[in-house]
Design a protein. Structure first.
Length: 153
């Protein structure tokens, strides 16, 4: 009987401390923050193409560099974590989220040293993304190659 009472108390405690989430608000925040990141990126790209007369490819490269650099700077000041907590996937899916996932472990494990800290932990989160992205693109390329040889496409 006493065990049951402890289970009930524990369940009440868990229910009390578990944060409540509103899925619709989370989706809305992800949508507008992710959209804002994309609008900022498009604005930077347009600026490079119109004001500096860069080609579309060069402007896209500089835009990516600026977004990654901005993300790393925000991560180093512990601000990107707050943005990601508020916006969820809206902040984690764009290139800025990928830069954050590489920079965070590097900053966190710098005390461990250059090799065993930063070097080992830098791709803890981003490593699987890179690996599966490369494998998936290789498989898609192989399928495309086979289909083009057999003249199905």
């Amino acid at each position: 009987m006493k065990v049951k009472q402890n289970d009930e108390e524990y369940n009440k405690y868990v229910e009390a401390v578990t944060p409540k989430h509103n899925t619709y608000i989370n989706c809305l925040n992800a949508f507008w923050v992710g959209g804002l990141i994309c609008v900022i990126g498009q604005g930077i790209m347009n600026l490079f193409m119109q004001e500096f007369d860069y080609s579309k490819d060069d402007a896209a490269s500089f835009t990516s560099i600026i977004l990654v650099l901005t993300s790393v700077i925000l991560t180093s000041f512990n601000l990107y974590k707050k943005i990601a907590k508020f916006a969820g996937a809206g902040a984690l899916v764009p290139i800025t989220g990928f830069a954050n996932s590489v920079a965070s472990p590097t900053i966190e494990y710098k005390k461990e040293g250059e090799v065993f800290g930063k070097g080992v932990k830098v791709f803890t989160i981003a490593g699987p993304v890179i690996l599966f992205g490369i494998v998936t693109s290789w498989c898609a390329g192989l399928i495309y190659y086979i289909l083009s040889i057999t003249e199905l496409i």
